[in-house]
Design a protein. Sequence first.
Length: 95
Amino acid sequence: IDPREANGIPTSLSGIPDRFQKFSTKLWKSMDVSFGIDPREAKVAADFMMGNYVNTVRDNLKGQCTHGHSCKESSLEKLLRTIDLVEEGVGGIEI
């Protein structure tokens, strides 16, 4: 196992130019020094968030067009598309 991976620093950045990989590694390492955030704990939090991502999007979808909230068709479409992408296994984070 890559020692960076053991410390919570992601190493699977395939397809990303080398300079961005180096910058990413530098940012992950600086999290602890600059912000007191252990990269391993950040990974646990990120894994939790991604594990609940679809349910969070579904909750967001339920809240659309309810009393006190806006009802934008584009927001509904993006949320539905995000669920579709995740369920198809081709991504999901769409802005």
